[in-house]
Design a protein around this ligand. Structure first.
Ligand SMILES: [Zn+2]
Length: 168
């Protein structure tokens, strides 16, 4: 998480997400949502980051001594297309939500993406709805389990040595 910040408003929101986020109202909404997101569950690591042009992302990391589980959310703005006024309109933003865990394969892949959801949206209103949906989905994941072993087992990945999640 290079250059991660605690408050989403520390990022140049209108530059990254577009002129729709140039208003106090839009920024206040996003800040409120971001606060809620970062409070999802007490995490060992958290923060917001940006590529400076078209993407902001938030990361929540839970870790034990030798294992970890992470949930990331990203909002990416698409370049303005010439078909913007066509029907149905081009998506303006894509919201992507992922759950990933550490790798215990013989070849260390570092991370495995277990779950992913993606929503294309064309208006700030839809973006508001979908980012709320993402929060609910992430909440559901954490209610299922915050144990990386559980998610590896579910995805039939190599278990961590000593994993107590029973084979089914
Ligand atoms: Zn692996």
């Amino acid at each position: 998480m290079p250059d991660a910040v605690e408050m989403i408003t520390e990022l140049p929101l209108a530059t990254v997400l577009g002129p729709e986020f140039d208003t106090e109202e839009a920024q206040a909404w996003l800040a409120g949502w971001a606060d809620q997101w970062m409070g999802l569950e007490p995490a060992a690591g958290r923060g917001w980051h940006s590529n400076g042009t078209d993407l902001i992302g938030g990361s929540l990391l839970w870790e034990t001594v030798s294992d970890w589980l992470e949930i990331d959310i990203e909002i990416r703005r698409h370049p303005k297309g010439i078909l913007r006024d066509s029907r149905p309109p081009d998506p303006v933003w894509t919201v992507t939500l992922v759950l990933m865990v550490g790798c215990w394969c013989q070849d260390n892949h570092n991370a495995h993406y277990i779950e992913e959801r993606r929503w294309d949206v064309g208006s700030v209103e839809a973006l508001t709805d979908r980012t709320r949906s993402a929060y609910t989905v992430a909440q559901g994941w954490l209610e299922s389990s915050m144990d990386a072993d559980y998610w590896r087992h579910r995805a039939r990945l190599q278990p961590r040595p000593g994993s107590t999640i029973a084979e089914q």
